[in-house]
Design a protein around this ligand. Sequence first.
Ligand code: SF4
Length: 475
Amino acid sequence: MCGIAGVFNVPQSQNFVAELLFSIQHRGQESCGIAVRNVQGNIFGYKGMGLVKNVITESVLSRFDGPVAIGHVRYPTAGKSDEMNSQPHVIELPEGPHLAICSNGDIINYYELRTWLETEYHFTFKSDNDGELIGRLIAFYLLHKKKPIEQAIAEAQKQLKGAFSAVLIYRDMMFGFRDPHGYRPYVIGSLNPPDEKGEYISDGIVLASESCAFGIVGAKLVREMQPGEIIRLEKGKPLTTVSVNAGKKQHCIFELIYFSRPDTVVFGEKVYDVRKKIGMQLAEYDKSMKLDENCVVMAVPDSSNFVALGYAKGSGVDFDMGLLRNHYVGRTFTKPDQKQRDEGVRHKFNPLPEFFEGKRVFLIDDSIVRGTTLRKIVRMLRNAGAKEVHIRIGSPRVIGSCYYGIDTPSKEELIAAQKSDAEICKYLNADTLKYTEVADFAKILHRSKDFCYACFNLKYQYKPEDFHSKTNRPE
Ligand code: SF4
């Protein structure tokens, strides 16, 4: 996962991009960056390790001044955890001025395409990041095949396999494009109202991974970028769809369960609404349980809050907030290694004992990956006096890795791939454990067939081995 943003033809566009990135910080906390095109046509980039507020500071922003800017927050799924792999990438072109690009997702045939560009066409890479590969592939079609930029993007889009939502600055234009399956979210907003014909002019268009970013800059959601769509923004001209190379839709269901902010609208769904419906569906499974006034519903905050509210509504059991979260600790799942994740859990959650003494707790979490975090939380609740702990999970059992931009560990580390429900329940020291089932999403979503559930049912659109490599990165 990562987050991208772009702003077209707005004075001081760098400030808008910084605000957009701040709103989608939850999509990646490891590094961030911006690239700005000034009125002379030069592109300048700045990136660094850390949060937006610490990297893209006011003093950094004051060094830029341009009407077109893009930005990125990174959460590493492939490629090393270092500054070289942060985005955006500014790709030098002999003709100058250069192009700048950033993307969200994972390219499955990364290794094959990079090797091909390096060996056949002597391209030099500065990072092992997908965004750079996409940029250099487009540069290949511009330089070696003499394609116009629109066709260069379309050719690259056809060749790339996997998930990508990308934004690119080239000359005085900006392009947004997305993989044909629409794995990762991508939305178009505007700072200006449409004209009398209902069309949006490129000036004032903002692009972002999530619609929750638009409010802070005063933009309104125009629509979602279509899977496989390429859009072009040009000064004074309408927002234009260049082409649409759509495949079977494969929106990531985990975006709705966990990653996206509850105030985002994505894949045609309101995230908070979907989460509440998941909770109500989970409550259906407990219709035969004897629930009394000693029961209480609690969420593992914050991503499970709305699922817990839905469960409370569906079951008639009171929702309470006895497990408090320290908001100055980031999302543990987006920390790059297990040690950092373990430290994060200890610092992150604190139970209020008076909420738990003698209670039958229905603890709602969004998912179980390794099970280590949840096990520690159950121990906290038991130590705080909980009589029973019933775990309800907002996702199905995670039994496979993700190859499309989410850093799920290998199958060996996924507890649901290794143990039965009863064994997991015992490992967690819970009284009962129930999951949302894949089939439930047919009742919850408007178009459930448009989603990817591969980490739950192993029905992958494609895997790295389809491209003859064990890893999609060079050793
Ligand atoms: S495999 Fe899972 S996490 Fe990855 S895109 Fe599909 S649903 Fe999302």
